[in-house]
Write a protein that binds this ligand. Sequence first.
Ligand SMILES: Cc1ncc(C[n+]2csc(CCOP(=O)(O)OP(=O)(O)O)c2C)c(N)n1
Length: 803
Amino acid sequence: MSNKKLAAETPISFKGFREQVLEDYRLLSLSRECSILGRREVMTGKAKFGIFGDGKELPQLILSKFFKDGDFRSGYYRDQTILMEQGHLTPQHIFSALYAHPDLEIEPMSGGRQMGGHFVTESNEPNGAWKNLTKQKNHSSDISPTAGQVPRLVGLAQASKVYRALKIKGSERFSNKGNEIAWGTIGNASTSEGLFLEAMNAAGVMQIPMIMSVWDDDYGISVHNDEQTTKGSISKALEGMQRTDTELGIEILTVKGWDYTALIDTYQYAEKLARNEHVPVLIHVEELTQPQGHSTSGSHQRYKSDARLTWEKENDCNLKMRDWILSNGIANEEELVAIEDNNKKIARQAKVDAWKAYQDPILEHRTDLVKLIEKATQATNNDTNFQMIRSELINVAEPTYKDLLHAARKGLRILTQYEHPVKNEIRTWKDSLTEQLNPKFSSHLYSQSDDRLENIESVSAQYAEKEEWVDGRIIIRDNFDALLESNDKLLLFGEDVGKIGDVNQGLEGMQAKYGATRVADTGIREATIMGQGIGMALRGLRPIAEIQYLDYILYCLPTLSDDLASYHYRTVGKQAVPLIIRTRGHRLEGIWHSGSPMGGIVNLLRGINIAVPRNMTQAAGMYNTLLEANEPAIVVESLNGYRLKERKPTNLGQFKVPLGKIEILKEGTDITLVSYGSTLRMVEAVAKELLYFDIDAEVIDIQTLLPFDLEQGIQKSIAKTNRVLIIDEDVPGGAGAYILQQLIDVQDVFPMLDSKPQTLSAKPHRPAYGSDGDYFSKPSEDDIFEKVYAIMHESNPEASPKI
Ligand SMILES: Cc1ncc(C[n+]2csc(CCOP(=O)(O)OP(=O)(O)O)c2C)c(N)n1
């Protein structure tokens, strides 16, 4: 560990030393007061859960001093003092988040969607246009899973490297020549997660400007460092990554979290190194405390010894700062008490204001509802049910919208026994409030801005008169070539993507043509590959990150599900992450090269568009569409399609396949066969064979599982055929069940059916290797034929006699 001679060269330019120190202390003390009062709000039952930044205020304040406009943070739920120092977070915001205020104006971090302590800043105008990120201090959106923030940090830092290396049109809104730092924060215990270790290794390899601060308070809830980390210390455990005079690596620094001047020196040194030289830095901030324990869900007296608790009291960073001020004669006791007393008042007032802002609209709605319930009481000759509803409503001390709507809906159930105009009045009241509130809780899963996917106009593929048939991979490759040429923000990266141009050579020659920054190899580390994509997309680039095989997507599922898929929803659209994930899957050979876990993907990744193109032309057209929109997506190319011949379009890079639109591959009248991806080729072959048996099947390519058939084309087909079979190579109850749910619940096809709707899927185990393994594991042409035939036999045994 180096702990080189730290800074001290240029003393930090404080306006007036004393004023600055007191201003710093004022903020530490205010942040602490909010934590103390916040915890009390949970204990008294006004808020559900509280997690605060107490015990970490001082290092956060110092970090924030070196955080410049254009920089980004990817941190976690302790970072309130950083946000307060930068003016992003007021005491009232803290309390509004505790109460889960559903109004984004009042609770700007997530409009009550996230627990308190999860922060974000705004990157977009409401219409989706980028703000100038170099003119503000940026915070990517925090998540609760420990270390979930770290993969994204790698991408945020990598963006600076890209902006320094390349001249990109319009980059002034995102970067000043790559001088931005990505600031990471994490708790000591969370460094045990694989995501953290994977990301630190990636940062050391990539040499990117990220500064990772570890707030070390010795515990992860109740589990001590000795059980968390080799040698009980993350800086010691990572010593092998320390850079040397001859080898690149990570600069590893340690500092006591209560030491004001040492913290300044350390962060000043780290900032210079990262900003100027793009060296990644780990700052292990030790000897921090948790004055109120981990969170409101339990007290730390249960697992900390008396000696430890006493040590924490004596080494509290705020207290140490206070002692330092007094012992250096910077201020006297009275002055500090005055600051503290004033902060208590500020915090108390903020709490009162936040509660009032939260409760007032609910109370107003309650007044209206109580009037309606009283009217209903009269209308029903004092039905005792209404008397009870009224008394429950007016007696609840701190009503929620749930209390109100529950009362109204209960009342409506009782009114089914009566005929009176008040029924309509209550229904209208309930519908109007529900309509007003629904978007507060359920909007923005996908983009709602001007450049959302559904606004992108489709463009047909065009073909030369003289037909040119090529391998599918040539279409993919030449399409990427056209995209790389026309879009200087586009970057492609992943395992074996650079030098050899991906394992199926869909990027053959592209690195040589466009350079190793734009077409890049990565280490084998799927989660940080996704993190690179998320972080760079947040900084205005257009990454296409590759997962080599669909089966390996499981290694990055936490990052995709927790972070990417929920991103737009949890920020209520304040930040968009238009990351495109390229992968290949389905039918090839064996347990880890032919999987189709589409049901899992579709269910865990709501918030990401999921495209399953049947061939490389469709895939190329989907990439072309996605690059014009601001939404994340996964494109699953069909593994056995790269060497199949396709007719080459002339307008590569320009034709656009719409997402959410089905395609009818063969018209028919007897039964609708719904499928996607590689399986479609078999379905098409079977449909041809069925014609010999006088069965005329309609074949539909879904094309995208999310969004799903927006124009309800499948319903139109079923209205004609009155029968449907869904063919899918996922496990039983996987994607097939999802498709059936869409048809029954959303497209309402049940009344149109003359036969039971059915699914044909693979076996529940992973597919066995080899041709026979495939034949016995996945639906074969024979299986498809027999299943269709059985449905037709059941409906008309004479026309289709038993096989
Ligand atoms: C993936 C995951 N596992 C478990 C948890 C539950 N959990 C929340 S915080 C925490 C301890 C974290 O300790 P540390 O990283 O030291 O941070 P601190 O809270 O002490 O600042 C745990 C186990 C979680 N949020 N995410």
